[in-house]
Every structure is written in structure tokens, then in C-alpha cells.
Design a protein around this ligand. Sequence first.
Ligand code: TTP
Ligand code: MG
Ligand code: MG
Length: 362
Amino acid sequence: MHIDLDYFFAQVEERENSSLKDKPVVVCVYSGRTEHSGAVSTANYIARKFGVKSGMPIMLAEKILSGKDAVFLAVNHELYDKVSDKVMGIINEFGDKFEQVSVDEAFIDVTKRLAGDFEKAEEFVAEVKKTIKSKERLTCSVGVGPNKLIAKMASSFKKPDGLTVVKPPDVKKFLNPMPVGKLYGIGEKTEEKMGKLGVKTIEDLARIEVSKLIEIFGKKLGTYFHLAANGIDNEPVQDRESAESLSRIATLKEDTRNLESMIPVLNRLSEEVKVRLDMQNLNCASVGVITVMEDLTLHSKSRTLDSPTEDIETIKSILIELLEMLLKDKTDLNIRRLGVKVSKLSEKGKQKPINEFFEVKS
Ligand code: TTP
Ligand code: MG
Ligand code: MG
């Protein structure tokens, strides 16, 4: 089962402020260059009806929505992270296994709970949705399928507040007619390239020899496209929040370059990350510091360790060093947000790095 919250940042804003209801709401990342410069993070479905989309320049969204009583808000990540944690906690309770893949989406493995019976899915999903709605006052869209790939594609099939169940015998019927760009992992450029090869639908892709795909796209991607187009995916739901990295970010009380004042924040974030590593019995072989400067540019520095660690003191001292180096590199700007990220995660005892088929998009 894949669960994705509807118009997440904007829905949280609506929840916090009832006067936004029934108006177009656009959540923006303002770059600060001019009063109106920056990009749309997300928009509610009323704004989307007029053509507003994630990634669009704010000025264009303003033009499209002029005279429509639209509300433009700046992103409030701290709030969304808090709400996300609560929702993820609820979703976790419903799964045999739980894997968060981005701020607003997660997979749960419900095979055991439903005894492998797809007929039970609808009622079960209704219960999940009802719980998220009553506890967090948010709607989501859900996809259920025989594997992660199909569940993920099913959850975006019907939105908002959607439910799509794809039973194993219906996988091909579900995939075949879709434009190939809808296949998870295929972006605009790949879709274009496929179009030139005469591949328009997922069915077209499924019919191409895997050897030909490997020739064109390389072994890893070619194999993936072949399997995915045929609805095959054997990646287990990984019982951890993020298979690739864990991170925590906070907004500083005031923009600063003062290392001393940032050390307590760095320590707190390290401890939060450490709790999550422990919860999932993981250690990390890479530690990094992330900063968002006052001009909203993002900078980071990381270090790969000789051997994986879970030692909080080691992590803390590396982070302080990295932040010091970062401050030396970027001498002109104050830091606005400070983050900690650990990656190259492996299960304690099993020193194999965890690779994930799915890349986190948002
Ligand atoms: P999505 O789940 O992709 O989008 P959404 O929840 O806004 O809308 P939908 O109903 O289609 O699921 O992304 C989750 C959040 O991530 C989104 O609310 C804002 C943020 N985001 C960006 O900041 N920029 C982007 O380009 C995208 C796609 C998302
Ligand atoms: Mg979403
Ligand atoms: Mg999402």
C-alpha cells in the first residue's frame, strides 16, 4: 500500500487557517531576490484547476490567479515536518512493515494483515483514511497493489482523497494504456527519447526486447524499464523511514555566522537523528551538515567515514568541524536554517549499504 497526502503543504495551511477554505492557496519558496521571485512549492486543488503547478515561477501563478482571491504563503517547513511525523506515526501503526519515502508519502506492507486478500483492501484503507482524517484532519490518496511500483502508481491514479486497488491479475490492464511518462522513474527527457523510438505507452515499452533497452539505456536502467513496464518489482517494503539517509533540519532563532551559538542546535539535531538510527538498528558511514543561507541558497558538506559509526560523540564532533569548514567557504552570508544528514546507512551487524530502487522525488 502506498499513501500520499493530498496537496500536502497547502492542505496543512488550510487546516491551520479556516479562512483559506474555498480559495486558491499557493505555497511558495520565495528566493528573496525580488518580492515576487521564487517558485511554487505546491498549490491546493482550487489553484491547480486554473493551471498552477509545483515548480512554476511565483509571478506566473500570480498572473494566472489575479482577481481570483488567491492566497500566497511562504513555506513553513517546521510545521510540515511536525505534521508529517504525526501522520507517519499513524500510518506506521497500520503496517506489518513501514517505509517513509518522502515528507508526505509512505509504503506499508499489509500482506499479513490482510492475509493476502485484496478484497479486504477497501475496508482497511477506509480505516486508515478515517484515522488520519480524525486525528490530523488531512486527506490522502492511497494505492494498493501486489508490489511497491504498482501501489505507488495506483496512489497517484485518483487524487485527491482517492483509492485505487490493482489486483494481481489486473496489473497489465492498469499499466498498458498509460503514457510511458507515467511509469515511475521516467521523466520528461526519457519520455522524449522513448517517443523517438516509437514508444508511447507502457504497453509499447513492455513489448521491447530487454536487450535493446539495455543497449540504449545501460544495464541498470534498461533492466528496470523492462521489469517495471511489465509490472514486476520485487523490492521489499523496507522497515525504516528512509532507505538512503536520515536528516533533520531546523530554522535558527536568528540568521547568524556564530559557530558557538549553532553548536547546541547541531547537537540537538544529531541527537534526534541518533534516536532514529537506533530505532531502526542502523549505523551510518557518512555524516553531513546542511545549511540554508539567508539568500535561501543551500550548501552542504559531508564526510565519508572509514567505517560505519553510531557513536553520537563522533557524529557531533565531525559536524562541528564540517560547519566550521562551511563557514570558511561561505564567508559572506548568514545561516538561516541548519541541518544534519547521515547517509550510507547499514544495518548494525550487516555492513552492506542499503540501496533503493526508488529515488525520493520530493
Ligand atoms: P507531492 O506529494 O508531490 O505533492 P502534493 O502533496 O503537494 O500534491 P498531491 O496531491 O499531488 O500529492 O509533494 C509533497 C510536498 O512536497 C508538496 O506539498 C510540496 C513539496 N514539493 C515541493 O516543494 N516542490 C515540488 O516540486 C513538489 C512536487 C513537491
Ligand atoms: Mg502529496
Ligand atoms: Mg508525495
